[in-house]
Design a protein around this ligand. Sequence first.
Ligand code: T5A
Length: 210
Amino acid sequence: MTQVGRFIVFEGVEGAGKTTQIRLTAAYLQNQVNVSVQVTREPGGTKLGQSLRQLLLHDSPMNDRTELLLFAADRAEHVQTVLQPALDQNTIVLCDRYTDSTLAYQHYGRGIERQVIEQLNTIATGGLTSDLTFWLDLDVSTGLGRSQKNISGDRIERADVDFHQRVQAGFAALAQQFPDRIIPIDATQTVQQIQTEIQFHLAERLGLGG
Ligand code: T5A
């Protein structure tokens, strides 16, 4: 097949299984569909982004708008130096979180006006949107339980459960608002069941494999 660049994003609450599914999807696309794949994430997909990730998740408390601006700075750098160049080279890009996370966490979660976030997303992305977004739909307590098994939790993970419930409701609202782009996946299934569903949608929606 002639490969064209595709931008595929994985979203969900803490511990929803994004990292696990990205790893399996990358292996599937590389080994069975025979396409070149780049895996990346936000925040932290660039060298500058790694420093921003440290600030955002592991350093001192910050104002909500400061947090929003740091996520936007991370994204601007990521789009210009990683995402767009990879897509221009016809690579399939698998990205752990993107603009929907900012709407879910900073708008639905923190309560910052949606219009402000949408303007910042446009500035940061230059209009780059995903071709497909998998939303791993998992209840907050299961997700937090999974993600905190190994570590004590980062600054955002340690926010109260009500915050994470608003984030989860935000992802659900976004999936309803953008049904052509966002595919909800029941993330209570086994790792393999979820991966099978993802592979089905990759074939059906993007012609990748199948
Ligand atoms: N953020 C980010 C914002 O607030 N605004 C923004 O704009 C952006 C971009 C980033 C943080 O920043 C916030 C959101 C986040 O708080 P992150 O690195 O994305 O942080 O962190 P998490 O989402 O917390 O990542 P995790 O690694 O905790 O979760 P994953 O990647 O969704 O889950 P994964 O695959 O690591 O799995 C977690 C555990 O569950 C098991 C795995 O083995 C692992 O132990 N697991 C399953 N167990 C049972 N059944 C399944 N189906 C399983 N799938 C995985």
